[in-house]
Design a protein around this ligand. Structure first.
Ligand SMILES: [Cu+2]
Length: 327
C-alpha cells in the first residue's frame, strides 16, 4: 500500500494547487476518453446498421416483430462494459480519496509558517507566531508550508484565496485549520466567501508571497524597537540612564539592558527582537539625575517610543512624577 501510495499519489502532492490541478486533469482526461469511445462506438454502429435501401431479408439474426433478440453471446459485452466501468470508477474514488486525505493532513515537512486569521468588521487580520500583527495583506515566504488558523471576531465569514485553492470558514469561537504552499513569489487576491453583511464585497485582502529573503527582511523590520530619550525641553538626553526591556508573558526571553552609551544621540534601534507581545520598559537614572520611567506596551509591529526624562529635583515630588511621557 505504501509503495502504491508513493508511486501514485506522492509525486502529485506538493501544494494544494498541484493536488486540485491533478484531480481536475485526471477527471478531464478520463471523461474525454470515455466520451470519445462512446461517441465513436455509437457512430460506428449508426454507420454499420445504416439504411442502405436494401432489404435486410436474409440476415438470420434479425428478430421479427414480437420476438426477443437472441445472440447476445451470454452477456459478454454487458459484463465487459460493466466491469471496465466499475474498475474505472472504483480506482478514481480510491485515488481521489487519497489525494483529498493528503489535502486534509499533509505530511509534516520542512519549514512552516503559522498565522492566525481573524475576519472582523469586513476586514482580515493576521497574527504571526511571534506576535506580529497585520491586516489586509498577508505576507508569507515562498516555499514554506503556511498553516492558517481561521476564526472570526463577529459574524460568520469565509476566508478564501482562490489562487491557492484555500477556503476556510471563519466562525466566532472556532478555529478552522487549513494550509497552502506557494512556491513562486507574487500577489493574489483574498476574498470573503460568506455573505456577511453590508460590506461583504469589500472584505478583500492580498496574499503577498515574498522570496525568503524579502520576507525575513520584512519580518525583521516588524520586530524592531526604537526608543528616544528627551528632556523637558524636547532635547535629546545622551547620558546617565539605563533602559531595561522585559517581556511580560515569556519568561524564557531574558531581560535586556541598554546603557546611555549604546544610544546614538539619545536614540537606540534594537533590531534583534525575537518575540512581539507585551513588554515592560524601565528607564533608570544611573547618576540620580532623572526620575525612573516605567512603561508597558503591546508590540504588534515596529515600536517607536519617545520618553521624557524628568529632572529629579527633590524627593518630595518624586513619587508623583514617575510616569514618563509616552507616545
Ligand atoms: Cu465576510
Amino acid at each position: 500500500m505504501n509503495t502504491l501510495y508513493s508511486a501514485l499519489i506522492a509525486p502529485m502532492q506538493r501544494t494544494r494547487v498541484d493536488v486540485f490541478e491533478n484531480i481536475f486533469l485526471v477527471f478531464l482526461g478520463l471523461g474525454t476518453l470515455v466520451g470519445i469511445v462512446v461517441v465513436a462506438y455509437t457512430l460506428y454502429n449508426a454507420y454499420k446498421y445504416r439504411d442502405t435501401g436494401e432489404p435486410a431479408g436474409d440476415d438470420e439474426d434479425l428478430p421479427s416483430v414480437g420476438e426477443l433478440p437472441t445472440g447476445g453471446k451470454g452477456g459478454k459485452k454487458l459484463f465487459l462494459s460493466f466491469g471496465i466501468s466499475a474498475v474505472i470508477v472504483i480506482s478514481l474514488v480510491i485515488w481521489t480519496y487519497g489525494m483529498l486525505l493528503y489535502v486534509e493532513g499533509p505530511d509534516e515537512v520542512q519549514e512552516t509558517t503559522e498565522v492566525e486569521v481573524t475576519g472582523e468588521g469586513f476586514a482580515w487580520f493576521y497574527e504571526y507566531e511571534n506576535g506580529i500583527e497585520a491586516s489586509g495583506t498577508l505576507r508569507v515566504p515562498a516555499g514554506d508550508r503556511v498553516w492558517l488558523q481561521v476564526t472570526s471576531g463577529d459574524v460568520w465569514h469565509n476566508f478564501g484565496i482562490p489562487d491557492q485553492r484555500v477556503k476556510a470558514d471563519a466562525i466566532p469561537g472556532e478555529y478552522d485549520k487549513t494550509w497552502f504552499q506557494a512556491d513562486e513569489p507574487g500577489k493574489s487576491e483574498i476574498e470573503c466567501f460568506e455573505l456577511c453583511g453590508e460590506y461583504h464585497t469589500s472584505m478583500v485582502g492580498t496574499l503577498n508571497v515574498m522570496s525568503e529573503d524579502e520576507y525575513d527582511q520584512w519580518m525583521d523590520n516588524q520586530l524592531t524597537m526604537q526608543f528616544t530619550m528627551v528632556d523637558g525641553n524636547e532635547s535629546r538626553v545622551t547620558e546617565g540612564y539605563e533602559l531595561t526591556l522585559e517581556h511580560q508573558e515569556n519568561d524564557s526571553i531574558e531581560d535586556r539592558s541598554f546603557t546611555a552609551e549604546e544610544f546614538d544621540n539619545g536614540t537606540i534601534e534594537i533590531t534583534d527582537i525575537e518575540q512581539a507581545g507585551q513588554y515592560n520598559v524601565t528607564i533608570e537614572s544611573t547618576n540620580g539625575q532623572f526620575e525612573t520611567v516605567e512603561d508597558q506596551f503591546d508590540m504588534t509591529g515596529p515600536v517607536d517610543e519617545s520618553y521624557t526624562l524628568e529632572m529629579n529635583e527633590s524627593e518630595s515630588n518624586a513619587s508623583e512624577a514617575n510616569d514618563g511621557g509616552e507616545n
